[in-house]
Structure formats: structure tokens, C-alpha cells
Design a protein around this ligand. Structure first.
Ligand code: C2E
Ligand code: CA
Ligand code: CA
Ligand code: CA
Length: 279
């Protein structure tokens, strides 16, 4: 009836307004959050599947907002990209992450590496390479200890700036990882065009490959291709023993996921392989 349709419309509008208001609130609060340093960084171990020892960690930003409470990265990264605050947030993450890695190398294992997610907007700022160089120097970390993770969206910009920046970073010795592999498109040509060192297979494929033959074949094919190209492979979202065994039997180098450890504060990074890494 008209009446029911009317109610449905009002509910839908109310729901849309709530989502919109949340987004506007997030974008507004981000500016203050930068000024008030409301961000923390957690680190999730990336584990060598052959011996279960951490080879490094991925820095994952956390935001406890004074006005909004805990906001998940899935909710605020895009907003931060839209309003430009990602440039400040990303710089802070890079500085903290390189410093944390330098401490782990002194205290735990001198070969540990740090992986940092970088948004396209950060690449388009002209001094990004200088920001990276300064962060490495301040931490006393060699470039080879840093891996920068990008998704295909950064390559969609296909601008001279992005290409030059990736090449400059690679020439400095910084490693480059293609994140969320399998979720975008034209990913194969990107691997030929840019100096990547690492492929991160998206967690949906890792998880689906236990029940879905097509997902399993995609993981196998990605691994074979990466091995041919001389790339390291990290399987994301490893949650079960079964997934770990499947990946290790295929010759996958590294795994990351709740099976090994959740994202942790820097000071909780596992120093002891057996006990610490496998939580
Ligand atoms: P991502 O780069 O793909 O990071 C991996 C995400 O998967 C993280 O979510 C991590 O907590 C989650 N994860 C790890 N292991 C498992 C598992 O076994 N199962 C499941 N279901 N999930 C797992 P998180 O921390 O919520 O981050 C979400 C996304 O936000 C990241 O996805 C990344 O795209 C973005 N992000 C996080 N920190 C930063 C940052 O500092 N800068 C930028 N630009 N983006 C960031
Ligand atoms: Ca990532
Ligand atoms: Ca990922
Ligand atoms: Ca992701």
C-alpha cells in the first residue's frame, strides 16, 4: 500500500542519513585527531611458513577518537584519503613503524622487516620519497628493512609521478609489495611494469580455497607465477592449520593471519618464535 511504501521510504532515508552523518562526522573528526595525535599503530607478524618465525610485521593504524570512540580503518582510511588527512596520518605511521622495527632489530632479530601501507594520495605529494628517507634515517634503519604496500588503486593513477616515485623508492632499496592481489584487475601487467618484490594474496582467496576449487586453482596459479617472476609471496588471512598446511605444501614463503597473531602493540611483538608467534 501507499502507506507501507511511505514508511519504507522514510526508514531508508533515515538509514541513509545515519550513514551520511557518520561519514561527515568521521571526516570532521579526522582533522582534530591529527592535531591531537589520536592514532596508534599495531603490528601483525608476517611469518615464514617453513619455520613459523616472524620475518617482519605489517603496521596497521588504529584510531580511538575522543568524540566517536573506536573507528575501524575500513571506515576512516577512505575518509582520510578524501579530505587529505591521510598524508599526515601516513607520515606518523611511517615514523612510528620504522622506529619500532629498529627496536625489534636491536632486541629480537636484526633481519626483521617492517611493512607499511601507503595510499595513492601520499604518492602524489612531491616530497614523499624525502619523507621515507627521513623516517629511515631518523630510525637508523636501512632501506631494505622497509616494505611499502600498495594496492592496484595506486597504479590506476598511472601518472608519471607515481611511476617515478615507485622507481626512486626501489632504487633506494625499499621493497615494494602489491597488496590484496586478486581483488583488482590488470594485476598481471602491473607486475611487469613496476619493480615489485612481494605479492600479497588477498585473504578471500586464501580462505575460499579450502572449500572452492576455483579459488584453490587461483592461489596455486598465483604462487607459480610469483615463483617464476622471483617474487616473495605472503598469504593473508591465514586462520586455520588446514590453510597453513595447504599454503606451505604449495611452497608459499610467508603467511599472515589470526592463526599466528592478531595485530599487536609494538612492545608485544613476538621475540620468541614458537611460543610468541603462534598465539
Ligand atoms: P590490509 O592492508 O589488507 O590489512 C590486513 C587486514 O586484515 C587488517 O585489517 C588485519 O587486521 C586483517 N587481518 C589480519 N589477519 C586476518 C585474519 O586472519 N582474518 C581476517 N578476517 N582478517 C585479518 P585492519 O587493520 O582493520 O585494516 C584494514 C585495512 O585498512 C587494511 O587492509 C589497509 O587497507 C587499511 N589500512 C590499515 N592501516 C593503514 C595505514 O596505516 N595506511 C593506509 N593507507 N591504510 C591502512
Ligand atoms: Ca596491507
Ligand atoms: Ca591486504
Ligand atoms: Ca584490504
Amino acid at each position: 500500500s501507499r502507506r507501507a511504501a511511505g514508511n519504507g521510504y522514510r526508514c531508508f532515508t533515515a538509514g541513509m542519513n545515519a550513514a551520511l552523518v557518520r561519514r561527515i562526522n568521521i571526516e570532521a573528526a579526522l582533522h582534530e585527531a591529527v592535531a591531537n595525535a589520536e592514532f596508534r599503530v599495531c603490528y601483525q607478524p608476517i611469518v615464514r611458513l617453513s619455520d613459523n618465525r616472524p620475518a617482519g610485521g605489517e603496521a596497521l593504524v588504529r584510531w580511538d577518537s575522543a568524540s566517536l570512540g573506536r573507528v575501524r580503518p575500513d571506515e576512516f582510511i577512505e575518509a582520510a584519503e578524501n579530505n587529505g588527512t591521510i598524508v599526515d596520518i601516513g607520515r606518523t605511521v611511517l615514523q612510528r613503524a620504522t622506529a619500532a622495527c629498529a627496536r625489534w632489530r636491536a632486541e629480537i632479530d636484526p633481519a626483521l622487516r617492517i611493512s607499511v601501507n601507503v595510499s595513492p594520495q601520499q604518492f602524489l605529494v612531491p616530497d614523499f620519497v624525502a619523507t621515507v628517507t627521513r623516517a629511515l634515517a631518523a630510525a637508523g634503519l636501512p632501506a631494505s628493512a622497509l616494505e611499502i604496500e600498495v594496492t592496484e588503486t595506486v597504479l590506476l593513477h598511472e601518472s608519471a609521478t607515481v611511476n617515478q616515485t615507485l622507481t626512486k623508492l626501489s632504487n633506494l632499496g625499499v621493497r615494494l609489495a602489491l597488496d590484496d592481489f586478486g581483488t583488482g584487475y590488470a594485476c598481471l601487467s602491473y607486475l611487469y611494469d613496476h619493480p615489485f618484490h612481494t605479492l600479497k594474496i588477498d585473504k578471500t582467496f586464501v580462505q575460499d580455497s579450502m572449500t572452492n576449487a576455483t579459488a584453490r586453482k587461483l592461489v596455486q596459479a598465483s604462487l607459480r607465477m610469483a615463483q617464476e617472476l622471483g617474487l616473495d609471496v605472503v598469504a593473508e588471512g591465514v586462520e586455520t592449520e588446514e590453510q597453513r598446511a595447504f599454503l606451505r605444501d604449495l611452497g608459499c614463503d610467508y603467511g599472515q593471519g589470526f592463526l599466528f597473531a592478531r595485530p599487536l602493540p609494538a612492545t608485544d611483538f613476538p621475540g620468541d618464535a614458537g611460543a610468541g608467534a603462534v598465539a
